[in-house]
Write a protein that binds this ligand. Structure first.
Ligand code: 5GP
Ligand code: ZN
Length: 161
């Protein structure tokens, strides 16, 4: 029997669907051009480890399609952001992180993000993060927004925004 997997379905290939930015490092990772291990990959979203971990567990959850940074999102993106958060929680659970009060989920707010492709930072345990990492992923700062805050902000936007 020929081997096949979900990943053979052309629809899941961002390059094939035309929603691929050839200058984007995360498009390349999702498209398996970088040799980065994908810890999860389904039709919509993927997860891989951050190359410069700021915590013992530091995952990036990204849409497979090139979606711009969190400032460019609208209310219509709320289900996508929620799906990304759920995957982040699953990844932590799979890695035996069960204390969800010691985790951080969020996004750097432009211009403080270095990659334009939307990516959720999933960090745990926060209690083991160093001084600089806590600063970089600081709550209620003008450079980092939690996933919950982003969802709330998007929900408060007009549909046509
Ligand atoms: P930002 O600063 O945009 O919020 O986060 C981008 C993140 O992507 C950084 O934490 C950085 O370490 C990570 N990153 C950048 N390039 C690569 C890469 O090629 N592979 C992986 N796995 N992570 C990357
Ligand atoms: Zn991209």
């Amino acid at each position: 029997m020929a081997e096949s997997s979900q990943n053979d379905i052309p629809k899941s290939n961002p390059a094939a669907s035309g929603e691929y930015d050839k200058k984007c490092i995360f498009c390349k990772i999702v498209n398996k051009e970088m040799g980065t291990e994908l810890l999860h990959c389904d039709e919509e979203i993927s997860c891989f480890k951050d190359i410069r971990p700021a915590a013992p567990h530091h995952y990036l959850v990204v849409p497979n399609k090139h979606v711009g940074n969190c400032k460019s999102l609208t209310k219509e993106h709320v289900p996508l952001v929620k799906q990304m958060v759920e995957l982040g929680k699953d990844m932590l659970e799979k890695n035996n992180i069960t204390n969800l009060s010691d985790v951080r989920f969020g996004f750097h707010w432009p211009p403080f993000c270095s990659v334009t492709h939307l990516h959720l930072h999933v960090l745990a345990p926060v209690s083991q993060m160093g001084y600089m990492s806590r600063l970089i992923y600081k709550l209620n700062s003008y450079w980092f927004i939690t996933a919950d805050q982003l969802i709330e902000m998007l929900n408060s936007k007009e549909e046509t925004n």
